[in-house]
Design a protein around this ligand. Structure first.
Ligand code: FCB
Length: 451
């Protein structure tokens, strides 16, 4: 840190968790090894036209084979915690039934490698790679999928719970439900609003049931869920803007926060969606399950939504607008204040559950020259967002951790390998890893010494 830079890890609580994050399908490759079954992302990315350049996760960044090298890299950087996800189709190739021991063994080895280097494992149980046979049986719009998920989660907690102290049930159920079954932008690529709503409920039900099976198998583990949250602002104060804000905040944030943390769906959103679904998939008692007490809430933050009524005021039609601010390669505006706003809002509205920033990061068009990637914009992004986190701590938010997205460049879903989010550059041809300037910066921030 330079003399003018007041941002330091000392501004955060002493027991704050500092880490990096990844997910199984985005990094592992080895999609047919050791008995892994197909996932919806294998099918989706294998379907022409779904992913940029026809990219798939079949090879990804070969983490399945290079995990020891990747763990060593993290240790080298001074990273203290690692949020990874477990691929359900490795553990249960068809999504149900007995555990595929060879598949689960991979995570055993990974966890042991992390612990040997003093890195704390945080395991996400579902980061979007649903076993294809469960999708063939109806997928998340079907209630049985929630039950299967809880069984799977229990198996993983049983096996890893003696060494893994933090479990995250779901990553960003909004994306699974509304991109997977609503817009069709993500796997399985279905577009039916009623199914998307049913999927959202069954994801949350699966979360609640999994909290029970995880706690039964690993009673001392900390359990949480990760939501992608956005502050939502009006583009101007004209007619209909406040209602557009309410609707978007309702479906993006409160549709998930309220059931998990208050045990009820927001009434106004129930009214908004009534013409699409009568929500008869919500059974008596479900919301008690969904709102099982948690140890922390994971918050993923990338940008803010700024909205105005669309061309058809009074309908759900909403326009997402830019404000002319600098954007990342994803086209997302860089807005660190949005992180402060969403963290303080969650604490204000939902009480003082510990919050963990489980993802935050940016894609830029990096260039590797002579073994270096001078990604100054990503350094600025990290610095700005960490400072927003620091301000949130100062404002009384019980913030407990930060995980940068991502350890290394990887398969960015529908964008394939075209968007790079890593602190570490990966040459997708040779699989060579090169620490970017942002990785060096984060390392110095954590350790106090230049990388
Ligand atoms: C989040 C996902 C993560 C990654 C980032 C950029 O929505 O959880 O896997 O793709 O976006």
């Amino acid at each position: 840190m330079t003399g003018q830079d007041p941002l330091s890890r000392n501004a955060f609580p002493a027991d704050f968790t500092w880490g990096v994050a990844t997910s199984s399908y985005q990094i592992e490759g080895g999609t047919k090894e050791d008995g892994r079954g197909p996932s919806i992302w294998d099918t989706f990315s294998g379907t022409p036209g779904r992913v940029v350049d026809g990219d798939t996760g079949e090879v990804a960044v070969e983490h399945f084979h290079r995990y020891e090298e990747d763990v060593a890299l993290m240790a080298d950087l001074g990273v203290e915690a690692y949020r990874f996800s477990v691929a359900w189709p490795r553990v249960q190739p068809t999504g149900s039934g007995p555990v595929n021991v060879a598949g689960l063994d991979f995570y055993d080895r990974l966890v042991d490698a992390l612990l040997a280097r003093g890195i704390t494992p945080w395991a996400t149980l579902y980061h979007w790679d649903l076993p294809q046979p469960l999708e063939d049986a109806g997928g998340w719009p079907v209630r049985a999928t929630a039950e299967r998920f809880a069984e799977y989660a229990g198996h993983v907690a049983q096996e890893l719970g003696d060494r893994v102290g933090h479990f995250i049930t779901l990553n960003e159920p909004w994306c699974s439900a509304f991109l997977g079954y609503g817009s069709g932008r993500h796997a399985p690529g279905r577009s039916d609003p009623a199914e998307a709503l049913a999927a959202s409920h069954h994801l949350l039900l699966g979360h609640g049931l999994a909290v029970e099976t995880i706690r039964a198998a690993a009673p001392t583990a900390q359990v949480g869920i990760t939501l992608n949250l956005y502050p939502v602002d009006g583009a101007h104060d004209g007619h209909g803007v406040a209602d557009a804000v309410r609707r978007v905040d309702g479906l993006a944030n409160r549709w998930f926060l309220d059931p998990v943390l208050r045990g009820a769906y927001p009434k106004d959103v129930v009214e908004d969606v009534r013409h699409l679904s009568d929500l008869s998939f919500v059974h008596d008692g479900d919301l008690d399950v969904v709102s099982a007490p948690l140890d922390f809430l994971g918050v993923n933050y990338y940008t803010r939504h700024v909205v105005a009524p669309g061309a058809f005021p009074g309908t759900v039609d909403v326009d997402f607008q830019g404000r002319g601010m600098p954007t990342t390669a994803m086209g997302w505006e860089v807005d660190p204040d949005g992180l402060f706003d969403i963290l303080t809002r969650v604490t204000r509205d939902y009480g003082d559950l510990p919050l963990v920033m489980t993802e935050n990061g940016a894609a830029f068009d990096d260039v590797l020259v002579d073994g270096r990637v001078h990604d100054e914009q990503r350094v600025e992004f990290l610095r700005g967002h960490l400072d927003a986190g620091r301000r949130a701590v100062e404002a009384g938010v019980p913030l407990a951790g930060y995980f940068a997205w991502s350890l290394m460049d990887n398969f960015e879903w529908a964008e394939g390998y075209a968007k790079r989010f890593g602190l570490v550059h990966v040459d997708f041809r040779t699989q060579e890893r090169t620490v970017k300037d942002s990785g060096r910066w984060y390392s110095e921030f954590l350790t106090g010494t230049p990388y």
